[in-house]
Design a protein around this ligand. Structure first.
Ligand SMILES: *Cc1c(COP(=O)(O)O)cnc(C)c1O
Length: 392
């Protein structure tokens, strides 16, 4: 059976990327974007210590630890990233900070280089004239909503129909305006984009096409080097499994990892069998010009964070020389992973965040001398009542 038949039948598969460069040479993004993102997050660190005291232990840097599961398997804990408990606390927050900085410079709000001024009423009032708009399946909206409100911005989040009720409730409790859509993620993003078009004080964060988001995610990889128990080599590589929705989060992380470790890291994305938009885009070479609905799939999955039917406009192209493969995973597999991590580690991950375990299951034995890193992408803010449904 061809891969496309298997996709249509929603079988879990491993697609190997034929264009991957064994020794990666082709980095298509301008390097200074990631340098700037890293520097920006450092400039804002003193502000974070004030605005989000939970970042004090890391001196205002939003970073997550690694949990060692076994000798050779590691779990990257983006579920406990400060502020919003998901990988979106990297890219999403970075882009909000970029906008805050741009407005502050344009309106000469900063009296010196002390970014703790962003915690003052004076700057918050000035930022309140501006509105940030975003379309989301949930977690990006949460990150951007919480961060934007803290800085004083108005914020409108367009949510797809699969977004969880508690995510909408939490956002509203933070003072964000939530617009609910009957359509999926693509509809939510498109509506947000249109809303921002005509208003000069409206800023749209475009999850389908934002390099600022991507660069924010990529910073994670630079910091990983100090966290690994042993340095990866070509003989004993690091194999990384990252859940994929529109592609920005995993794409940014993988881009950064390949820059750091070159041929000593192998990278896989994992998508739900109902929403394999990145696999479909890369394997056909059509990228954002094809959707999972075009091949008869529903884009209905319990992995709400990955329920994206059409891939990013640019990430697939950047990934072509860098990504080793993409796996797909069924909802039943995700439910099992949620239960298993909880039973073994007392770590609660939302279904989307566990997708990386499918990669581990498939490739652990094939690469016995490698270190395997499962990127756990979220779950930190899930209310207890919500968690219980997975253990009924
Ligand atoms: C958004 C999200 C991802 C994937 O990120 P994309 O940028 O959409 O590919 C993975 N896991 C969780 C929990 C997410 O919220």
């Amino acid at each position: 059976m061809t891969w496309i038949e298997q996709l249509k039948q929603q079988q879990p598969i491993l697609w190997k990327n034929p264009h991957v460069e064994q020794v990666p040479q082709t980095f298509l993004l301008d390097d200074h974007l990631i340098d700037e993102a890293e520097a920006r997050l450092e400039r804002f660190a003193p502000y974070f210590e004030v605005a989000f005291p939970e970042t004090k232990p890391t001196k205002g840097i939003i970073e997550s630890p690694i949990t060692v599961l076994t000798d050779q398997t590691l779990l990257k804990r983006d579920d406990i990233l400060p502020v919003s408990g998901s990988i979106k606390a990297r890219g999403g927050i970075h882009e909000v900070l970029l906008l805050a900085e741009q407005v502050a410079r344009a309106e000469q709000l900063l009296t010196d280089e002390d970014y703790r001024q962003f915690a003052t009423i004076r700057i918050q009032k000035a930022l309140a004239r501006h509105t940030i708009i975003v379309g989301s399946t949930g977690n990006l909206g949460l990150s951007i909503g919480i961060m934007s409100k803290k800085l004083g911005f108005q914020v409108v989040v367009h949510m797809s129909h699969d977004a969880k009720q508690w995510k909408k409730d939490m956002l509203r409790a933070h003072g964000a305006e939530v617009v609910e859509h009957a359509g999926d993620y693509s509809v939510a993003v498109r509506t947000g984009r249109l809303q921002a078009e005509t208003e000069p004080l409206h800023h749209f964060i475009d999850d389908e096409n934002s390099q600022a988001l991507f660069a924010g995610y990529a910073v994670a990889a630079r910091r990983l080097k100090q966290q690994l128990p042993t340095a990866p080599t070509v003989q004993n590589p690091l194999i990384v499994y990252v859940p994929c929705g529109v592609g920005g989060g995993p794409g940014g992380v993988i881009y950064g990892l390949k820059q750091q470790f070159g041929a000593a890291v192998k990278c896989c994305m994992v998508e739900p069998t109902a929403s394999p938009c990145m696999l479909l885009g890369m394997a056909t070479g059509k990228h954002d010009q094809i959707s999972v609905q075009d091949i008869g799939l529903t884009n209905e999955t319990i992995a709400d964070g990955l329920a994206v039917g059409r891939a990013s406009q640019f990430v697939g192209r950047l990934m072509e020389p860098l990504l080793d493969g993409i796996l797909t995973v069924t909802d039943d597999m995700l439910r099992n992973y949620v239960r298993n991590v909880w039973q073994r580690e007392q770590i609660f991950l939302e279904p989307s965040a566990t997708a990386g375990f499918a990669g581990l299951d498939m490739l652990r034995e094939r690469y016995p001398t490698a270190q395997h890193l499962v990127w756990a992408t979220g779950g930190g803010l899930v209310p207890t009542a919500e968690k219980c449904q997975y253990f009924a």
